[in-house]
Design a protein around this ligand. Structure first.
Ligand code: UD1
Length: 367
C-alpha cells in the first residue's frame, strides 16, 4: 500500500513524526508531501531534524498568503502530484489550510482520504481551523478520531459510519520525547534571555488570529502577561511578531521575556521546567496536560475539553475581565490531585492508525 501524508504546518510535523516511524516498521510505502505552508527553519526544518522524520519526498513551496490564496495554491500544486504518484491512501492531519486542501484535492481525484485528528470541534465559526475541520471530515473516507468526544461530534454530524477511535498520536511523540529529555539526551532549550530555568517561570505562546490580529486585544493580553508575578517566557510565533510590528506593539514588557519558537524537544524541556503554561495553542494545551503542568488557555473554548474537565486547563477568554490578583492566582494555581486517566490514549495511536487504514474497505461506506 502506498500512503501519501500531506503536511505543511508545525503541529502537523509533530504528528507526522510518530506516523513516519510507524510506517517505517511496515511494508507500506510512505510518501511525505510538504506543502510549504510553514517555511521558517524554526517552524519546519528543526522538526524534521529533531524528530528524525525523513526529508519530504515532495515540497510544494506554497508559502504564506490569504486563506483562499494559500488553500488554492496547495490544491493546484497537488493535482500533478496525485496524478503521478497514484497513492492507495492520502492521509491528512489536523485542521490547517494544508489539511483541507489535501483532502479536497484527493477526493476530487477519487483517492481515498483518511483524516487524522477527526471530529474535533470548537463550535467557533470565527476560527479558520473550525471550517477546515468540518470540511475535511465531511469529505474524507476514514475519520480517525483521537478521543471519545471527537467520536460523539462525528456521530452528531451523521458521520459515525466512517469514524474510528484511533487515540491521539501526540501522546506517542510527547511521551517519547519527555523520556528522552529526562534521560538528558537533548541540549538545554534556548529560553528567552532573562529566563532562569532553575527559578519558577511561566511558558507562554500566542498565535491565534483572534488574539493577535486586533491591536487592542493583543496589547491587553500582553499587559496581562506583563503584570504577572512570575517571569513569562513568551515563545513568539512569526504571526505574533509580524502583527506586533505591524501595529507598533512591543512584545517585551514587564514580566514578559521574548524568545523564538523552540524545537519540539526544547519545548517539552521548557514545559517540564516551567511552573505552568499560558497559551492559545491546541497542541500546547495537551502537551501541558501530558507533562503534568497546569495550563491557562486564552480563548473562549477549547477542542481538547478533557484537559478542562480533569482540572488541568482553565479557559480565560479575556484576562482583563479578571482582577490582577485573580489572573495571577489562576495561572499559578495548584495542580489537580485526582488521576486524570488517559483520555488521549496509550501512546500507540500511530499503530492504530495504520491498522485502521489497512482494515478499511474503501467504497463500502458508499456502496
Ligand atoms: C497555522 C494554522 C493553525 C496552526 C498554526 C501552527 C491555518 C489556517 N492555521 O497558523 O491551525 O495552529 O499554523 O503554527 O492553517 N509565517 C512566517 N513563517 C512561516 C509561516 C508563517 O513568517 O514559516 C507568518 C506569515 O506572516 C504568515 C503568518 O505567519 O502570513 C501566518 O502563517 P499561516 O501559515 O497562514 O498560519 P499560522 O498562524 O501559522
Amino acid at each position: 500500500m502506498k500512503v501519501i501524508s500531506i503536511v505543511g504546518a508545525r503541529p502537523q510535523l509533530v504528528k507526522l513524526a510518530p506516523m513516519a516511524a510507524a510506517f517505517a516498521g511496515t511494508d507500506h510505502q510512505h510518501v511525505i508531501v510538504h506543502t510549504g505552508q510553514h517555511y521558517d527553519a524554526d517552524l519546519s526544518d528543526v522538526f524534521f531534524d529533531g524528530l528524525g522524520i525523513p526529508a519530504p519526498d515532495i515540497h510544494l513551496g506554497v508559502g504564506s498568503g490569504s486563506h483562499g490564496a494559500q488553500t488554492g495554491a496547495v490544491l493546484t500544486a497537488l493535482d500533478p502530484v496525485f496524478e503521478s504518484e497514484r497513492p492507495d491512501w492520502v492521509l491528512v492531519y489536523g485542521d490547517t489550510n494544508s489539511t483541507v486542501a489535501g483532502a479536497l484535492s484527493a477526493v476530487k481525484m477519487h483517492l481515498p482520504v483518511a483524516h487524522l485528528e477527526a471530529g474535533l470541534r470548537s463550535f467557533n465559526r470565527r476560527m479558520p481551523e473550525e471550517h477546515n475541520r468540518v470540511l475535511t471530515d465531511h469529505c474524507a473516507d476514514l475519520l480517525l478520531a483521537p478521543t471519545e468526544e471527537a467520536m460523539r461530534h462525528l456521530a452528531a454530524e451523521g458521520l459515525a459510519d466512517r469514524a474510528r477511535l484511533a487515540g491521539d498520536v501526540m501522546v506517542d511523540i510527547c511521551l517519547r520525547i519527555r523520556d528522552s529529555v529526562r534521560a538528558g539526551e537533548h541540549p538545554a532549550p534556548a529560553l528567552p534571555p532573562g529566563i532562569d530555568p532553575s527559578q519558577p517561570f511561566l511558558l507562554a505562546t500566542l498565535h491565534r488570529p483572534d488574539n493577535t490580529d486586533d491591536p487592542a486585544r493583543l496589547a491587553a493580553i500582553l499587559d496581562s502577561l506583563a503584570g504577572l508575578p512570575l517571569p513569562v517566557a513568551l515563545l513568539a510565533h512569526p504571526r505574533l511578531v509580524a502583527r506586533a510590528e505591524q501595529h507598533g506593539i512591543t512584545l517585551a514588557r514587564g514580566s514578559v521575556h521574548v524568545g523564538r519558537p523552540l524545537p519540539y524537544a526544547g519545548l517539552v524541556a521548557a514545559a517540564l521546567a516551567s511552573s505552568g503554561v499560558v497559551t492559545d495553542s491546541g497542541g500546547l494545551q495537551k502537551e501541558a496536560f501530558l507533562l503534568e503542568r497546569i495550563c491557562t488557555t486564552v480563548r473562549p473554548e477549547t477542542e481538547w475539553i478533557e484537559t478542562v474537565t480533569t482540572g488541568w486547563n482553565v479557559l480565560v477568554p479575556d484576562p482583563q475581565e479578571l482582577t490582577a490578583e485573580e489572573w495571577a492566582a489562576t495561572v499559578t494555581r495548584a495542580t489537580p490531585t485526582e488521576d486524570p486517566g488517559a483520555p488521549y490514549g496509550d501512546g500507540l495511536a500511530a499503530q492504530n492508525v495504520i491498522r485502521l487504514i489497512e482494515e478499511w474497505k474503501v467504497g463500502s461506506r458508499r456502496a
